[in-house]
Design a protein. Structure first.
Length: 83
């Protein structure tokens, strides 16, 4: 599980803590794609009605797999202290 979270973090897919409404998934994906969180949320809702189904599964999956921004900062600080 940690390998997946590390891979997501290297690609810039982290859950936002400062712009989160529910879990920060849309804000994190939007940041990675260069979109504002509100545009990403609007696209999520539009696709939810246009192509229902997969979003209900993908959002919780990303919530579980994407590392939180706070956890990365704490991990980086801990790694820096051990040097």
């Amino acid at each position: 599980m940690e390998k997946i979270r590390t891979s997501f973090a290297r690609q810039g897919l982290v859950r936002s803590s400062d712009r989160a409404i529910l879990a920060g998934v849309c804000a994190g994906v939007g940041r990675r794609l260069g979109l504002t969180p509100w545009v990403t949320r609007a696209l999520f809702v539009v696709t939810l009605f246009a192509i229902p189904g997969s979003q209900i599964l993908v959002y919780p999956l990303l919530w579980f797999l994407m590392p939180a921004e706070d956890s990365l900062e704490a991990g980086a600080a801990a790694a820096y202290r051990t040097r």
